[in-house]
Design a protein around this ligand. Sequence first.
Ligand SMILES: NC(=O)c1ccc[n+]([C@@H]2O[C@H](COP(=O)([O-])OP(=O)(O)OC[C@H]3O[C@@H](n4cnc5c(N)ncnc54)[C@H](O)[C@@H]3O)[C@@H](O)[C@H]2O)c1
Length: 359
Amino acid sequence: MAGIKTAIIGYGRMGAYYRKVILDNPDLELKMICDASPAQREWARQDAPEALITDKPEQIYEDPEIQLVILCALADSRKEQIERCFAAGKNVISEKPIGISAGQEKELVALAASVPQFSAVNLYLRNSWYHREMKAFVESGQIGQLAIVRICHMTPGLAPGEGHEYEGPCFHDCGMHYVDIARWYAGAPYKTWNAQGIRMWNYKDPWWLNSHGTFENGVVFDITQGFVYGQLSKDQTHHAYVDLIGTRGVIHMTHDFKTAHVEMRGTDRTEILDKPFGEKNLPVLCSQMAQSILSGHRDPSMPEFKDAAEASEVAWEMLRDAGTHEMPVKGTDEELVQIRERRSQMTDGYGLLKKRHNH
Ligand SMILES: NC(=O)c1ccc[n+]([C@@H]2O[C@H](COP(=O)([O-])OP(=O)(O)OC[C@H]3O[C@@H](n4cnc5c(N)ncnc54)[C@H](O)[C@@H]3O)[C@@H](O)[C@H]2O)c1
């Protein structure tokens, strides 16, 4: 039996990742790719000979065979694409964020709830084996009561002005994943926060931010995110961890983008796990969606529009809070030019756009 006919809108870094995953999934079949950029379409023609390449999204909406559309253009065009997909009866996997403002995102959450088709957002951490194992350990009571969630993600990733211009500063673009997963662990809405940022290299927005505060149930958190970690160092590295501190035990996780290392120290047992990191876990999300379409029942583990909307709104609010405090500047415009120049020459690096071998 042929797979579910699928289309991709936006064939950059993420679009190309999805294509590989679709090719590996026997339940899915890539039929069309749409990109607004002639250069990207040219590249797509070589990269994806099995698909029809177009600059007209209408071709996708009007094709009755296409059941699933994967949206990986930028946030500015997402709302219209989601609305058109739903109006045309398509199921949707959307990249995050689902819109450019909290208002747009709320509208889309309401829309998704009102249509019969399935929708999901790539909040990829929720589909990672390590966060699932860690959550199960917390729920088993092994660490007592969860009290403190600490998350840090610092890399020499996407530089200011390099792309993702509609997804916001890096604390929103990337940080919303951590805002989401911290709430997922706490199991309660955010209540309070205080945020500190710094305007690295004199850029208009903070490119490193630390936010700490509370959830409604009294769990406390701190989240640190920045694409500032040794941008001009000869040999680049990163620093990423999650600590879940309970009243009796503790969980620590770290990764090198290849292997995730998890240490779970509970009252009765200690578990140390090292397994492949799993990149963006797209095979999991695509298979959840394919199974939902085939069975007619939504896989409840698929991240929902409302999860993305809530994380996005809180990440914007934390950025806004940082703007009400002292926000120092370190570094110069010249250094930022050097960083962008260096990243444009790199073939393997953190978060490079339109290349297929990045973190
Ligand atoms: N979930 C994650 O972990 C994760 C990681 C990276 C990126 N993303 C999200 O995925 C999206 C794409 O990111 P990327 O890194 O692939 O960016 P990218 O710049 O590499 O690719 C975006 C592509 O969309 C095309 N495009 C732009 N507007 C379009 C439109 N209106 N119609 C058709 N094509 C259009 C561009 O020409 C480009 O080829 C972003 O919204 C980003 O936030 C999510």
